[in-house]
Structure formats: structure tokens, C-alpha cells
Design a protein around this ligand. Structure first.
Ligand code: UDX
Ligand code: UDX
Length: 479
């Protein structure tokens, strides 16, 4: 079966970049990305490529090459499903907030809605591909909707379907690189022809031996497990960072030593402020729910601890900041560098910065937050608190006391550190590693502290600039 037209439902962090790369690598295939959200689609179609809804290195160049050629963005869900031979489902699957499994299970209402739309509007034979990360056995739900005759429009009663699982492993910030050069492509399913059709698409740029075929349930579970393993490595190394600080060891040295063991490997061993992002927590909780559902509470407890430690670790950092700042941050100015959950993305979902800033605000600190890509409106939404722009006009340091527990956004790092008692680095943006600490020090109130939760700041330069320094997991300075 030859694929000529693809429709992707969901123009988010997964759907947008992955379809852009498909369009780039498969110029003969027409790709239509559809989304309910009109503003998002307007932004994808913006002439000004800096206004794309997602910031991802290399993405704008691809969109420039392909948009209007074989890559289109629209809200025409019905029309584009009707002409598609293959439909990717890339909609969000957030954790349920109420009902059975609340706080753990994935809410599949959007996936279900997509399946209903495909059932209603598709014509002829359609291969439906699950790209969203979903609980094991979701393909069954999709298939049962597709097969249920109630959903069929009379004229479509001859429509036929195949469902495949093809989870996406891209990481934000390196999405284009990951998509162009994946470690593996996983295709789960039973139908040979459908698998061959999807595999043929990838073979336009991915070597055949990297395309793995599994049964559909293994594919769904492999995606959850991949994320759970990665998150578990971060919780493991972060837990050891606390021990390093207590004992005089250094987490960077410990990481290097254990990472040189080829059985362990060196990646994903950077201790940080705690993992964030839309997937790790959600996918582990999903796994926890599945284990509970299948009567395996020990397994549920094992994985849930990875999430507990992550939350504890974030709190550990905010408590430590308060302790170092003489036991109180009330009315003290703290400059926060980085709000995104990692560098090279504007995404803040589950970012450690949210929890750490909320804790400091709760303690009465006055925060000046800087991030190269995250907007102040996004920070307001995440903190659940409006920015107080008046703060930027305050020249008299003592007046800050009146603004305890308030925050504002400051694009310029040097303005953000003016009169600050401390600087806290929470995202590993490249520009933070080359800050002129001599200049920063002149502007700060003494005694002043630099807290580096990402190990990207040069310790010597900070100390030479007469600033106190704390780095995550560095027991040699914090003991
Ligand atoms: C999401 C999930 O979080 C992830 O687990 C999964 O692997 C892929 O989908 P992401 O692309 O980051 O990841 O989500 P998001 O940026 O929220 O994008 C989803 C898009 O789907 C939104 O633009 C939303 O408007 C759209 N959508 C949702 C639809 O078009 N139709 C729907 O019925 C529901
Ligand atoms: C993750 C998976 O890597 C990807 O395969 C999957 O498709 C989606 O979820 P993502 O969340 O975009 O990708 O980013 P990732 O690079 O995995 O980072 C997640 C979090 O872990 C970030 O907060 C990051 O800062 C943190 N992290 C990562 C560390 O603290 N230390 C590390 O060594 C690596």
C-alpha cells in the first residue's frame, strides 16, 4: 500500500516537529497537520518564523522549506482526514484530574475523540498510527471505536482501518536532531501491509536495521518503560547528589566514574534541579496506575518512588536556598535564571523552576525571573500569580520588603541581578555559562550567593568575584 496523503491530528510539541521532518524527508508525500486550536494553527502559518508556536533548534528552517509545498497546517480536521491514507494521532494525553485513576491514569478523552473523528470522516482504507504516549491496550479502544458501526457515516460504511503503535522518542530541545537521526523507530502492530507502509516512509532516511517491529502491546509498553528508565536514572543521580553534599564527595566525579562503566553508560547522569517536561512524571504515573490495576502493588510502589524523590529533590533545593540566605528570604531579591524545564525549549510543563519559585514566593522572596525563550504570560500561568511590573521601577532596595512574595519578568540579566541577594541557575541555557561574574558581583548586595543547580557555572570565576557559591552535589564546597 503506497501512502500519498498523511493527516496528523495535533500540532503540538510532538505532532509539529515530527511532521515537519516527515515532510522534509518525504517530498512526494502530502502532509496535513490539523488541530482544534485556531491560534496554534495561525502561529504555525505565521510569515514571521520566530512566531512559530514551538521553539526548537532547526525547526524554523524546515518549516520554511516545506510549508506550502508538502506541509500544511489547518483546522480542516474533517476534510484532511477524508483524503488521508494514514492518520497520526498526536494529541495530548494528560493525567486524569478526577474520577477513576485520578492523579495517575492518562485521560484518553482526546485520543478517543480523534478515533471518533477518523471513524466518521475517513474514506476507503486508513492506517491509524498512535504517536501520542498512551497506556498499554489503547489500540484496542481505538479499534473498537473504528469498528463500531454507530460511528460510521452511511456513505463511509465501507471504510476499513488498521491501527499501529509508533511512539515518538524525541526529546525537546533536540527534537529535529532526534527525528533526523533516531536511535530506533518502533512500530507495533499485527498487519504486515500496514507495518510495511509505515516502515517504507521511515526508510526514506532511517536505516532499515533501526526500524524495530514488535507486537502492539510491547510497543505501547516500551514507550512508557523508556521514559520511566530515563527518569529513574535522574532520580537516582539526584538522590546521590544529596549524599555527596553530606559526605564531601562530588556528584560530577561520581557520575564520571560510574558512567565509564559501559554497562551503565554516561548519558542521563547529570544531576539537576529535578526532572521536568510533559512526559516523565505522566508516563511513570501511568505505569503506576497500570501496575495497580493489574494487582501488582509492589511494582507500583517501586516506580512511584521515582516521582516522590523528584518532588522531594526540588523542595530540597528551595529549602537549601533559604538556609544559605541566613534562614530567611522574606523581602530578599532573588534572580532566577531559567524557567524552561530544560535548555533550548520554550516548554515549561512540569519544570522544576515552577515548584522552586513557588516555594521561594511562599517564603516571601521577591523574584526577578529571566529566561531566553519563556514569556512572562506563561510564567504567570505556571506560578498561578500575576507578574508585578512595578518591581522593575524600584531603585531603593529597602522598599522591596513591601513586595514580599511578588515576582516580575526581566529579560536583561544585568538588570535582574541589580541589588539581588542571590542568583539561582535553574535551566542550563548556554548563555548562563558565560556570565561575567565580576560585573554581576558589583551589582549584587553582599553577602551574595550563586546557586548552580545545573553545574554550568565556572566555580572559580564566581568565587574570584567575591560571591558565595553552591553547586548541586558538590560536597567539597557545601559540607
Ligand atoms: C502530547 C502528549 O503530551 C504526549 O504524551 C504524546 O506523546 C504526544 O502528544 P505534545 O505534542 O507535547 O504531546 O502535546 P501538545 O503540545 O499539548 O499538543 C497536542 C495538540 O493536540 C494541541 O495543540 C491540541 O490543541 C491538539 N488537539 C487536542 C486536537 O487537535 N484535537 C483534540 O481532540 C485534542
Ligand atoms: C523525554 C525523553 O527523553 C524522550 O525520549 C521522550 O520522547 C519524551 O520525554 P524530554 O522530556 O523532552 O524527553 O527531555 P529530556 O531530555 O528527556 O529531559 C527531561 C528532564 O530531565 C529535563 O528536565 C532535563 O533537564 C532532565 N535531565 C535530563 C536531567 O536532570 N539530567 C540529565 O542527565 C538529563
Amino acid at each position: 500500500m503506497e501512502i500519498k496523503n498523511i493527516c496528523c491530528i495535533g500540532a503540538g510539541y510532538v505532532g509539529g516537529p515530527s511532521m515537519a521532518v516527515f515532510a522534509d524527508k518525504c517530498p512526494k508525500i502530502q502532509i496535513e497537520v490539523v488541530d482544534l486550536n485556531e491560534e496554534r494553527i495561525r502561529n504555525w502559518n505565521n510569515e514571521d518564523l520566530s512566531k512559530l508556536p514551538i521553539y526548537e533548534p532547526g525547526l524554523a528552517e524546515i518549516v520554511k522549506r516545506c510549508r506550502g509545498r508538502n506541509l500544511n497546517f489547518s483546522n480542516l480536521i474533517k476534510e484532511k482526514i477524508a483524503i488521508a491514507d494514514m492518520v497520526f494521532i498526536s494529541v495530548n494525553t494528560p493525567t486524569k484530574t478526577k474520577g477513576i485513576g485520578a492523579g495517575k491514569a492518562s485521560d484518553l478523552k482526546w485520543v478517543e475523540e480523534c478515533a471518533r473523528q477518523v471513524a466518521e470522516f475517513s474514506v476507503g482504507h486508513t492506517i491509524v498510527v498512535e504517536k501520542s504516549t498512551i497506556p498499554v491496550r489503547t489500540a484496542e479502544t481505538i479499534m473498537s471505536i473504528l469498528k463500531s458501526s454507530d460511528n460510521f457515516h452511511a456513505k463511509n460504511s465501507k471504510s476499513t482501518f488498521e491501527v499501529l503503535s509508533n511512539p515518538e522518542f524525541l526529546a525537546e530541545g533536540t527534537a529535529i536532531k532526534d527525528l533526523e537521526n533516531p536511535d530506533r523507530i518502533l512500530i507495533g502492530g499485527e498487519n504486515d501491509e500496514a507495518i510495511k507502509a509505515l516502515s517504507a516512509l521511515y526508510q526514506n532516511w532511517v536505516p532499515k536495521d533501526k526500524i524495530l517491529r514488535t507486537n502492539i502491546w510491547s510497543s505501547e509498553l516500551a514507550k512508557l518503560t523508556s521514559n520511566a528508565f530515563l527518569a529513574q536514572r535522574i532520580s537516582s543521580i539526584n538522590s546521590i547528589s544529596a549524599l555527596c553534599e553530606a559526605t564531601g564527595a562530588d556528584i560530577k566525579e561520581v557520575s564520571r566514574a560510574i558512567g565509564s562503566d559501559s554497562r551503565i553508560g554516561s548519558k542521563f547522569l547529570d544531576s539537576g534541579p529535578g526532572f521536568g517536561g510533559s512526559c516523565f512524571k505522566k508516563d511513570i504515573l501511568n505505569l503506576v496506575y497500570l501496575a495497580e490495576y493489574f494487582g501488582l502493588p509492589e511494582i507500583a510502589n517501586f516506580w512511584e518512588e521515582v516521582v516522590h524523590i523528584n518532588k522531594w529533590h526540588q523542595q530540597r533545593i528551595s529549602r537549601l536556598i533559604v538556609k544559605k540566605l541566613l534562614g530567611t528570604v522574606t523581602g530578599k531579591k532573588i534572580c532566577i535564571l531559567g524557567f524552561a524545564f530544560k535548555a533550548n525549549t520554550n516548554d515549561t510543563r512540569e519544570s522544576a523552576s515552577i515548584k522552586i519559585c513557588q516555594d521561594l514566593i511562599e517564603e516571601g522572596a521577591v523574584l526577578f525571573i529571566q529566561d531566553p525563550q519563556v514569556s512572562s504570560s506563561q510564567i504567570s500561568l505556571d506560578l498561578g500569580k500575576q507578574e508585578n511590573k512595578e518591581l522593575k521601577n524600584i531603585k531603593e532596595k529597602n522598599l522591596l520588603m513591601k513586595f514580599e512574595g511578588e515576582w516580575c519578568y526581566e529579560k536583561n540579566i544585568f538588570s535582574a541581578v541589580e541589588g539581588a541577594d542571590s542568583v539561582v541557575v535553574l535551566t542550563e541555557w548556554e548563555e548562563y555559562s558565560s556570565i561575567n561574574w565580576e560585573e554581576v558581583s558589583k551589582k549584587m548586595r553582599k553577602p551574595s550567593w550563586v546557586f548552580d543547580s545545573r553545574s554550568i557555572v565556572c566555580q572559580k570565576k564566581v568565587i574570584d568575584a567575591n560571591l558565595n557559591f553552591w553547586r548541586i552535589g558538590d560536597g567539597t564546597t557545601t559540607k
